[in-house]
Write a protein that binds this ligand. Structure first.
Ligand code: BGC
Length: 423
């Protein structure tokens, strides 16, 4: 059975020519293999992916790994486009929200309705995920998890040493960060990459104006909201947070920022719950070594994203392995085993929280509560609020502002123009 690992880095994929080189290097996929494109390259992510690889190996399905480094998946999507353009689509691709719908719209995805009907996916997958996993009544992808982006990951020893209680409001957060900074630690571990800036922005927007504001801005893309006083305040809060990152933040990968909290160099990281995978991989325990709590001011809301494996139309000879992959992903026991390691929660409503740690149990309960109270919203930063063109336009403005290119009032104006131009 072919075993191949193509190591791709960000610099590797940027130029189109290299992407073409990649296509030439892609091996023939054996009928009993699945070739899977993904961006799970950090320690915690790789550990979670192993759960899937081993599960499939146990079913006689080989794994051809196609990792494309780069949190949030932008680089992975660039490589995917090159592969499909060259007529060489992978079997399955890790994908977020609106990207799945875009590929379905292009007619590139396979029909999973037979296996979905046999396994009753319609009744066990929440509507918020089906909205992305189905197109024109057809299942086209298998959701593996639900992540959420409005989390804080804190070093418990630093909090205890400085007598800091979990902050529940913006003012308390700033007081806590000030204490941490004054004690000589990095207050906020952050990596200056557009998707990471935008991940924080998701939470900040929610903290400023709550669910109605978040929805009007990021889901409805209402220009008055995007350019209004509350959005100016959101950008001002980003400026305040910028004062708590260290001077080497620019370009840092998210998992290296997590490592700063893990190693006791920094107090907190604002990041989706994939960060928990890094803490667990380092042997840390929630509530004992680290704390997980919602970004202050967003306690009753969840901004989510769901990793799904979009299945591409492949030849009949590769269909069997593809369907086995989809079926494995959707199995309740796999959903538990995988998400316990990944930091996310199951993409099915019927999976027990028994094997999950304190953060996982909290995540599952809060997701269910947000879903029933109407305070569950797709993450803008992670492709679940608006299509990629809009998301990228938001990235540009948030990052330019975070790096001091313009002030908060100008940023809000730029946001209106950028979002308008992207639609
Ligand atoms: C994905 C996660 C991933 C994270 C960092 C997010 O968009 O949903 O699965 O761990 O990016 O790479």
């Amino acid at each position: 059975m072919t075993r191949l690992t193509l190591k791709l880095t960000t610099s590797f994929v940027a130029p189109g020519l290299v992407a073409l080189g990649l296509i030439a290097a892609a091996p023939a996929v054996q009928a009993e293999d699945v070739e899977v494109l993904h961006w799970w390259t950090s320690g915690g992510e790789a550990a979670a992916l192993n759960v899937l690889k081993e599960d499939l190996e146990g079913k006689g399905v080989g794994w051809q790994d196609m990792p494309v480094a780069g949190g949030g998946g932008e680089q992975a999507m660039t490589v995917l486009r090159a592969r499909v353009t060259a007529g060489n689509a992978p079997t399955a691709v890790q994908m977020l929200g609106f990207d799945i719908q875009d590929w379905a719209q292009e007619g590139a995805l396979a029909d999973l309705n037979t296996v979905a009907a046999e396994e009753n996916w319609d009744t066990v997958v929440p509507a918020a995920l089906q909205r992305f996993a189905k197109h024109d009544g057809k299942w086209i992808s298998a959701p593996v998890n639900v992540h959420s982006t409005n989390w804080v990951w804190a070093n418990k020893k630093i909090f205890d040493e400085l007598g800091i209680a979990q902050p529940t409001s913006w003012d308390e957060l700033i007081a806590a960060l000030t204490k941490i900074k004054d004690a000589g630690y990095v207050a906020v571990a952050h990596g200056g990459q557009a998707w990471q800036d935008a991940t924080i922005f998701d939470a900040v927007v929610m903290s400023v104006g709550g669910p109605e504001f978040y929805k009007a801005a990021f889901i409805d893309l209402d220009p008055d909201t995007l350019g209004g006083a509350q959005m100016v305040e959101a950008f001002e809060r980003m400026e305040t947070l910028r004062g708590f990152v260290d001077e080497n933040f620019s370009g840092r990968d998210w998992n290296l920022a997590s490592a700063m909290v893990i190693e006791g160099k920094a107090g907190v990281q604002f990041m989706g719950d994939w960060a928990k995978g890094e803490f667990l991989k380092a042997g840390l325990t929630p509530d004992q070594d680290f704390l997980c709590f919602r970004f202050p001011g967003t306690q009753d809301t969840v901004t989510f994203n769901s990793d799904q494996f979009a299945m591409f139309s492949v030849g009949e000879e590769r269909r069997d392995a593809q369907v086995k992959l989809a079926s494995s992903i959707m199995a309740p026991s796999f959903q538990s085993a995988f998400n316990v390691v990944k930091g996310s929660v199951p993409a099915r409503t019927d999976v027990s929280d028994a094997d999950f740690d304190a953060c996982g149990k909290k995540g599952m309960a809060e997701l269910a509560a947000a879903s029933s109270s109407g305070t569950l919203f797709g993450s803008m930063a992670h492709g679940h609020a608006a299509p990629a063109a809009v998301k990228n336009a938001v990235y540009d403005v948030v990052t330019a502002h975070f790096n001091g290119e313009f002030d908060a009032a100008t940023a809000a104006e730029e946001l209106v123009n950028a979002v308008d131009g992207a639609q």
